[in-house]
Design a protein around this ligand. Structure first.
Ligand code: ACO
Length: 330
C-alpha cells in the first residue's frame, strides 16, 4: 500500500513560567541587548520543579485530541523526538501513553536533537503511508532547562521548554499532504554540541557532576556556520528534487535556534521575510518542539491555508539536519 499522508491536526503546550532576558541579567553577566541582538530571543518558558517532559507532551496530546474531536484511545502510535526524556527508560512515549490513557497505542522515543521532529515525522509517515496505522502522533517535547547550566551565559540564555504535537492521517485528496523528506547526519560534528555525562561512556559519578558533564556543551560559532550552510543546502536540495523554487513556498519553517541563523539561511535561499516564520523571541530554542510550535502558530494566525507549499528544515547536535516538504491540509 502507498497512501498519501497529511498532517491533520497540530497543537502545542508551553509551561506558564517565563524567564525574560532581564531575569538573566540578574543571574549571569549578560544583557537584554546582547541576547536580543545575537539570538533574537526575548523570553522563554521554563517548567517548575517536578514537571517532566511527559507532562508537557501529555498536555499537547490532550489538546490535539480535543481540537480534533478524538480521544487518546484513537491513537495507534506515539513517537516522541526528544533529548530530555523523563528518564532513560521507560521511554517518554510509554509515560505519555499512560498519562493520557492512550491504551491502544504503542510508541517510542527518537534521539536526533533539534532535528528530532523532522526525523520523527519522516519515520511516522511511513506507518501511515504503508497502511500499517491510520492515526499516528509525533510530539516534539523538551525540558531543556533540565540539562542547562544556569551559570554558563553562553548556553543558558538560548533554550526553553515546550511541546508541539501533530496528528498524521491518510489524505483523501492527492493535492495535499506530506511530499518528501531528506534527513542527514554527520557524526564528526558531535564534538561541537553534546552532553558528555550520564550515558554509558561517562556514567554518573560525583566527578561527572562536579565537572558539569550533565549539561549542554556547545561551540557556538562552529555550530552556527554549519547550521547556516547545511540548512540552506538541504532546503534547496529538496525543492530542486521536486522542480520547485523558493518562490513556490508559502511558508518556510526553520528550526528556531538563532534568529541570525534563520535570516542568513533565508537570505541564501532568496526567500522574502514574509515567507519565513520566526517565533524564537517568545520561546527560545525548544529543540525538537520548535517546528510543531511554529506550525501551530502559523495555522492559528492564518499564515498557511489548504494547498500551500510548506517547507520545514532543521539543524542540530550530531550533527543532524534535514528538510520536509508538504502541501498544507488543515
Ligand atoms: N551575554 C553576553 N556575552 C556573551 C553571552 C551572553 N549571554 N554568551 C556569550 N557571550 C560572549 C562570549 O563569551 C564571547 O566573549 P569573548 O569574545 O570575550 O570571548 C562573545 O560573547 C562572543 O561569543 P560567541 O560564542 O562567538 O558569540 P556568537 O556571536 O557566536 O553567539 C551563539 C553565540 C548565540 C551561541 C551562536 O553562536 C549560536 O547561535 N550558535 C548556534 C547554536 C545552534 O544552532 N545550536 C544548534 C541547535 S541546539 C541542539 O541541537 C540541542
Amino acid at each position: 500500500m502507498n497512501r498519501k499522508v497529511k498532517i491533520s491536526g497540530v497543537e502545542m503546550y508551553v509551561p506558564p513560567k517565563v524567564l525574560t532576558n532581564e531575569d538573566f541579567e540578574k543571574m549571569v553577566d549578560t544583557s537584554n541587548e546582547w541576547i536580543l541582538e545575537r539570538t533574537g530571543i526575548r523570553e522563554r518558558h521554563i517548567v517548575e520543579k517536578g514537571v517532566a517532559n511527559s507532562d508537557l507532551a501529555s498536555e499537547a496530546l490532550k489538546r490535539l485530541c480535543n481540537s480534533k474531536g478524538i480521544t487518546p484511545e484513537d491513537i495507534e502510535l506515539i513517537i516522541i523526538p526528544t533529548v530530555t526524556p523523563d528518564m532513560f527508560f521507560p521511554s517518554t512515549a510509554c509515560r505519555v501513553q499512560e498519562k493520557t490513557g492512550a491504551k491502544n497505542a504503542w510508541g517510542f522515543d527518537i534521539s536526533a536533537a533539534c532535528s528530532g521532529f523532522i526525523f520523527a515525522l519522516a519515520t511516522a509517515e511511513k506507518f501511515v503511508r504503508t497502511g500499517v496505522h491510520d492515526r499516528v502522533v509525533v510530539i516534539g517535547s523538551e525540558v531543556m532547562s533540565s540539562i542547562i547550566d544556569y551559570t554558563d551565559r553562553a548556553t543558558c540564555v538560548l533554550f526553553g521548554d515546550g511541546a508541539g504535537a501533530v496528528l498524521l492521517e491518510p489524505a483523501e485528496e492527492d493535492e495535499v499532504g506530506l511530499i518528501d523528506f531528506i534527513c542527514k547526519i554527520d557524526g564528526s560534528g558531535g564534538k561541537f554540541l553534546y552532553m558528555p555525562g550520564g550515558g554509558s561512556l561517562n556514567p554518573p559519578t560525583h566527578e561527572t557532576v562536579d565537572k558539569k558533564m550533565h549539561y549542554v556543551h556547545q561551540h557556538g560559532r562552529q555550530v552556527f556556520k554549519f547550521a547556516v550552510k547545511e540548512m540552506a543546502n538541504v532546503s534547496i536540495e529538496i525543492l530542486e528534487k521536486h522542480n520547485l523554487t523558493p518562490k513556490d513556498i508559502k511558508l518556510y519553517v526553520p528550526h528556531q535556534a538563532n534568529m541570525r541563523i534563520i535570516k542568513s539561511v533565508a537570505e541564501r535561499m532568496g526567500l522574502d521575510e514574509s515567507q519565513v516564520i520566526i517565533n524564537i523571541d517568545k520561546y527560545g530554542n525548544t529543540t525538537s518542539a520548535t517546528i510543531p510550535i511554529c506550525l501551530y502558530e502559523a495555522t492559528k494566525e492564518g499564515r498557511i491555508q489548504k494547498g500551500d507549499y510548506v517547507l520545514i528544515a532543521s539543524f542540530g547536535a550530531g550533527f543532524t539536519w534535514g528538510a520536509g516538504l508538504m502541501r498544507w491540509e488543515i
